[in-house]
Design a protein around this ligand. Structure first.
Ligand code: NAD
Length: 361
């Protein structure tokens, strides 16, 4: 059966890195029997330029029809003066909301070949491979009431609401347990149940889910302050972590920085049926756009995640990840991950090298 992949290149380095990911997809189709059709549409600043909106109606319609979405990146200085609703980031938020992509999967992987890129000692981080599952559409970032009001004593006060319903906790919990099943069956749920009632309910629902439906997965709980500390002290103790929107926002950035190489990290945002949008964690890098030096590996690894989490092709996903490993072994590096003695190549050469390694798989 053929799958349909929506390809949204976006802005800045987006089109350059997406072009390399497409080389990989075409290689899978030509040489590995992967049956897929690809359709392109503009989003972000490119959407505004083409149709006057960062998420043009046909782009959202395509995203709805597709089995999975591959996104480059959005944003750039030329669109910063637009009113908020028309800025490129709204394209991304509109896709997440429109498709109900509530589960954000952010792996932090440090290839042993790049251990020196981290600010932590190589023995602490070399071979690191953890997955943070962050709730993406609820919690304090969306809770109401919210605002800034004037108190009786005349002072202004800001206020937000941290709220999670049982069903919201259960659905992110299921995504996390399912993710753990695809890895080493260990899940750590991060909360602040010693202080917050919302976290108390979170812990209760996640524990019940573990007991009732996922007792093949080893579940542990950790307070968020301890989790932050443990991430920099001994990050390899973790496999899959699941947490709320705000805690996940902070912990996933900290975990990403453990690897020291933003150009290497993919991400996925999934709905409750496993349909997802896949993109590198970095932005549109306007400072290097058009120079042919951007690292395409995060986007290529996003294709691997897409194959594993939405398209049920774990073997092909593994081939891509191994191909990236082989290319790093061979000493090729884009500028952002270069170190002494390595051969620096541009975006297209890096993509070609991954395709060559894939062909040899
Ligand atoms: P950025 O991630 O684009 O860039 C940060 C730094 O990392 C820059 O020096 C850049 O050159 C470098 N970098 C990023 N990706 C790289 C790659 N693949 N290869 C080599 N170097 C790379 O973050 P920023 O500069 O804060 O934001 C730039 C624009 O991107 C802004 O408009 C921002 O809103 C947008 N943004 C978009 C997304 C997204 O599309 N999901 C995420 C973050 C930022």
């Amino acid at each position: 059966m053929s799958v349909k992949i929506a390809i949204l290149a976006g802005d800045g380095i987006g089109p350059e890195i997406i072009a390399e990911a497409e080389k990989v997809l075409h290689c899978l189709r030509l040489e590995f029997g992967f049956s897929a059709e690809f359709e392109h549409a503009p989003v972000g600043g490119a959407g505004f330029d083409a149709a006057g909106h960062p998420l043009p109606e046909p782009t959202l319609a395509l995203a709805h029809q597709a089995d999975a979405i591959l996104l480059g990146s959005v944003g750039g200085p030329q669109w910063e003066q637009l009113e908020r609703d028309l800025r490129p980031e709204q394209g991304l938020l509109g896709l997440r909301a429109g498709l109900e992509l509530f589960a954000n999967l952010r792996p932090a992987i440090l290839y042993p070949q790049l251990a020196n890129a981290s600010t932590l000692k190589p023995e602490i981080v070399s071979g690191l491979d953890i997955m943070i599952v962050r709730e993406l559409t609820g919690g304090i970032y969306f809770g109401k009431p919210r605002g800034i009001r004037i108190r009786e004593d005349g002072q202004r006060e800001g206020f937000n609401t941290l709220v999670y319903s049982e069903s919201e906790i259960e659905r992110i919990g299921r995504s996390a347990f399912e993710t753990a099943r695809k890895r080493s069956r260990r899940l750590c749920s991060v909360d602040k149940a010693n202080v917050l009632e919302c976290s108390e309910l979170w812990r209760e629902i996640i524990s019940k889910l573990g007991k009732d439906d996922y007792n093949d997965v080893e579940l542990s709980h950790m307070y968020v302050d301890n989790a932050a500390m443990q991430l920099v002290r001994e990050p390899k103790q973790f496999d899959v972590m699941v947490t709320t929107n705000m805690f996940g926002d902070i912990l996933s950035d900290a975990a990403a920085m453990l690897t020291g190489s933003i150009g290497m990290l993919p991400s996925a945002s999934l709905d409750s049926h496993g349909k997802g949008m896949y993109e590198p964690i970095h932005g549109s890098a306007p400072d290097i756009a058009g120079r042919g030096v951007a690292n395409p590996l995060a986007t290529i690894l996003s294709v691997a995640m897409m194959l594993r989490y939405s398209l049920d092709e774990p073997v092909l996903a593994g081939h891509i990840e191994q191909a990236v490993g082989k290319v790093l072994d061979s000493g090729l590096r884009t500028e952002d991950i270069a170190s002494s003695g390595m051969q620096v190549v541009g975006t297209a050469d890096m993509g070609d090298a991954v395709v060559a390694a894939l062909r040899a798989a």
